[in-house]
Each structure stands twice: as C-alpha cells, then as structure tokens.
Design a protein. Structure first.
Length: 261
C-alpha cells in the first residue's frame, strides 16, 4: 500500500512544557489508523498539527509527498476533512446547510453552489443515512444523528483523508457502533483513509488496521493491533490488566479489561 501521510520527528510544546516529542509514523492510503493514548497524552495536539491548525516545533508532515506547511488552508481542506470532538452547533442550520458547508473549499469566493455540488451533498447524505433529516435543524437531532450529519459534511469535501477526534465521546454505545461501522464501511468502499484519535481501547481494537500508542509524549508502540495492544503495553500506559482477543461472532478484535493495576 502507498503511504498517503508521512510524519517525521514531530515535536510540540506549550510555553516550554513538552506535549509531544519525536513523533514519526506513516499512514497508508485506504487505512483506518488509530492514534491511541490516555487523556492528556497529546493526541489532539498531534491531530491539530496534521490538519495544520498548529505548527510543530520540529519535523515535517507530508501528504501525498507534499510538505503540508507549503499548502494553503484551502488546498489542505480539499484533501483532508475533520470530524471534531464537539459536534454542538448553536445556530439553526438545516442538515442540508451543514453538509453543504463541506463544499466551501471547492467554491470560489461568492460563488453559488452548482447542481454538481448538490449531487455531491445528497450523495454524502445518502451514504450516511441523513437524507431523511435533510430539512430538519441540526440542533433538533440526537447525538448519533448529528454526528452522522457532521461526517456527511466531511464526505462532501470529497477528501482523501478524514481525521476524527474522539468521534464517539458523547454518544451512547449503540450510536458509537453505528457511527464507526459506517466510517469503516465507507473507508473500505471508497478507499478513504481514516485517522481516529481515541482513548477507547475496545473501539480502536475493533476498527483500526494499524495504530500508534502515545505515552509520556512519545510513541510507545506502533503497528498492527496485536503488536500495540499487548497486555504489557496496556498495563504500562493505561494502568490496567487487560487482554486482546478475537471475537469470532463479530469477526473483530476486542479488549477485555480485567482490573486496574
């Protein structure tokens, strides 16, 4: 598989306090990739650097072999979309309005959306099963419905990469599975790269092809699920006794937490 992202020697600090240090990894096109670590480990900071909302102190981020720092915000938005941790929207936009915002990077200033833009928007809504909410206000939807609409907005950008920051943080368990089942399916069907930032061991084990585990500001482990979510790593990083198992009923990995250390 061809690498779509190449991160080399990324470091960042806030007023002299180290947040992440010497972070480097590659993400292949079409992969579901996890950035895993406990709260406060620097995961969200790393995600902001990947989207160039923050500039790293050292290192480079290459997207399709181009230096991210040399691309405009609009050029980045055409290749990379973000599903943020907080999906609360205060204004009374309809779902169609929200998803249409995903077309903004492809429109010139003051340019009206075309029939092609409308087709792309409705296609994104159909794929995320939000078409039935098209004329409803976003702030009238449930958490799971609203998250699907935000993902539809990201799809409407037609990105090659979607960055997801704790995408299931405020969702009930059934909506967590619903949202990530959908994202995993879209990745497989469209060859889209998905990067999921999370502290949830079970969800990352269930959906990610590869991952990195961040501990003490650095990468503690990297690779496939089996290589990263070992009992030793989970004990060291999360202070829990846990095991990684394969559940034949669902055909996916699962993490069983036994006890705190």
């Amino acid at each position: 598989m061809v690498d779509i992202l190449d991160i080399d020697d990324i470091s960042y600090d806030y007023t002299g306090s180290v947040v992440i240090e010497e972070i480097g990894f590659q993400v292949a096109a079409g992969e579901v990739f996890g950035i895993l670590g406990p709260n406060g480990s620097g995961k969200t900071t790393l995600l902001k650097i990947l989207n160039r909302n923050l500039r790293s102190k050292t290192g480079t981020v290459l997207i399709e072999h181009e230096d991210l720092s040399r691309l405009t915000k609009n050029e980045i938005a055409k290749r990379m979309a973000v599903v943020p941790q907080n999906n609360e929207i205060s204004f009374a936009f309809t779902v169609t309005d929200i998803v249409m915002m995903g077309r903004m990077p492809s429109l010139e200033r003051f340019q009206m959306e075309s029939e092609e833009d409308l087709r792309i928007v409705f296609d994104a809504m159909e794929k995320t099963k939000t078409l039935q909410f098209a004329n409803r206000f976003i702030n009238q939807l449930s958490g799971g419905e609203r998250q699907r609409a935000i993902i539809a907005r990201a799809l409407a950008q037609q990105p090659k990469i979607i960055l997801m920051d704790e995408p299931t943080l405020h969702l009930d368990v059934n909506h967590q599975l619903e949202v990530l089942d959908m994202v995993h399916r879209l990745s497989r069907e469209q060859g889209m790269t998905v990067i999921i930032v999370s502290h949830d061991l079970s969800l990352v084990a269930r959906y990610c092809d590869k991952m990195i585990l961040i501990h003490d500001h650095r990468i503690e482990a990297a690779g496939g699920v089996d290589a990263v979510l070992t009992p030793e790593n989970m004990r060291k990083v999360f202070n829990i006794e846990a095991s990684l198992d394969y559940d034949e009923r669902i055909g996916k990995n699962t993490v069983t937490i036994i006890r705190p250390c």
